[in-house]
Design a protein around this ligand. Structure first.
Ligand code: NAI
Length: 421
């Protein structure tokens, strides 16, 4: 019998037939949702032979919700995600008009989904612009509630802008605004609490999955009290709460100063040998280069909102683009999680059968892993690897692959299911 996923003492209790709410989404959401669910269902069936099965429950958002209820994000939808704890969604168009919030932002804020998790891995056969795509296995932890997502901006010419500018100049003694009369302003809040919970999630993920490193990505060289503080708070937390499982670059530097390079190198080697997670940091611009040139040096990435935005898209492009990049928004304290396709509604190809369902399928796979249904997740990975290696792909990848066979959205899903059978 279908049942709700429960959270007891911060732990997920998953029944054999969990009810999972899903939002179909706008544009290509309609094209990719059913095929993705078919793939996930087939993998669960293969892994557990009918002992486990997802009970999909549609909830409304976007255009479909507006047509049926007059609202883009009905309260019942938010309630469903709260009640069932784990859900999945297709892309949602941001409604145009004053005062209408982005639906994605509303969902994340309501459930305080503070981690945007983007795993980035390459599938054999998928075209890549880098030399060693097989060495890419990165997991981005992007902070999801602070920084530019706080959305504090004052437009030039506005009353609030003038008030804010006068406050800065008259009360705070700021004299470095080059063109005060025509400046807009944005504020970037970064907190100790927000930084710590993001880093904690990233470190625990690395330890649990036995991943070799966590890289803290920041612009602390320029923004000392926000991005620089993020780096320091992260190192402080790791050295205090995860001392047995980690070794940090800050510890390495301190050791080097105190005892010399040889001892520091020895300690680093010993830490690596004993399977400790190496925690390092990298300035954002250097990281964008580094991750292209030496992707094998970075495993888990912990960063703030804006950096995370840039990093996610670059890394996605390295392994085949947004059509096959999955994502999730998670609150690791409450257990709430929404898995999602990372691309938008692609109105230019909606309804044509050209959409790649890979991003939503792989988001579903992340969801299976989150539920602890790893065996089913592995079946999808294996089958997708096989289908890509056979060069049987949707139009986005077909255009870049020599000798490839063009499949429609649902044919691609069928191909994955066929391999699993
Ligand atoms: P988009 O991701 O929808 O499209 C960008 C390009 O990628 C287009 O050429 C599109 O055809 C292609 N594309 C996207 N997904 C694809 C797939 N699965 N298979 C093959 N090709 C794919 O970005 P755009 O055009 O900037 O945004 C369109 C709408 O989507 C906007 O209203 C935007 O606000 C919304 N959006 C929603 C997101 C979400 O719900 N998480 C994320 C990004 C955008």
């Amino acid at each position: 019998m279908s049942d709700k996923i429960k959270i007891v003492n911060g732990k997920l209790i998953v029944p054999d037939n969990p009810i999972i709410p899903f939002i179909e989404g706008d544009g290509i959401g309609k094209d990719i949702t059913m095929p993705s669910q078919r793939v996930i269902d087939a993998a669960v069936e293969k892994a557990y032979g009918g002992a486990r099965k997802i009970d999909w429950k549609e909830v409304l958002a976007g255009e479909k919700a507006y047509k049926k209820t007059g609202e883009y994000l009905p309260a019942a939808t938010l309630e469903a995600f709260k009640e069932y704890h784990v859900g999945i969604k297709g892309p949602l168009q941001t409604p145009v008009g004053e005062g209408i919030r982005s639906l994605n932002v509303a969902l994340r804020q309501t459930l305080d989904l503070y981690v945007c998790l983007r795993p980035v891995r390459w599938f054999k056969g998928v075209p890549s612009p880098i030399r060693y795509p097989s060495m890419v296995d990165m997991h981005i932890f992007r902070e999801n509630t602070e920084d530019i997502y706080a959305g504090i901006e004052y437009q030039t010419g506005d009353e609030k802008n003038k008030k804010f500018r006068d406050f800065l100049i008259n009360e705070m003694g700021v004299d470095k605004i080059r063109f005060p009369e025509s400046s807009s302003f944005g504020i970037k809040p970064i907190s100790k609490d927000g930084s710590e919970r993001l880093t904690k999630a990233a470190i625990e993920y690395a330890i649990q999955r036995k991943l070799p490193s966590v890289t803290i990505v920041h612009k602390g060289n320029i923004m000392k009290y926000t991005e620089g503080a993020f780096k320091n708070w992260s190192y402080d937390l790791v050295e205090k709460d995860f001392a047995d499982d980690t070794f940090t670059w800050r510890q390495y530097e301190n050791l080097k100063q105190a005892k010399g390079q040889l001892d520091a190198d020895k300690a680093l080697e010993a830490a690596k040998k004993s399977g400790k997670v190496i925690v390092k940091d990298c300035i954002t611009d250097a990281f964008l280069q580094e991750s292209l040139l030496h992707p094998w040096d970075h495993s888990v990435i912990a960063t703030m909102n804006l950096n995370g935005d840039y990093v996610s898209d670059q890394l996605a492009a390295m392994v085949g683009g947004i059509g096959i990049s999955p994502g999730a928004n998670i609150n690791y304290s409450s257990g709430y999680a929404i898995f999602e396709a990372t691309h938008g509604t692609a109105p230019n190809i909606a309804g044509t059968g050209k959409a790649n369902p890979g991003s939503l399928i792989l988001s579903g796979v992340m969801m299976l892993e989150y539920l602890g249904w790893d065996k089913a997740a592995e079946h999808v990975y294996d089958a997708m690897e096989h289908v890509f290696a056979k060069r049987r792909v949707t139009s986005d990848l077909h255009a870049q692959m020599e000798g490839a066979t063009l499949l429609s959205t649902s044919e691609f899903a069928d191909e994955i299911i066929k391999y699993m059978h």
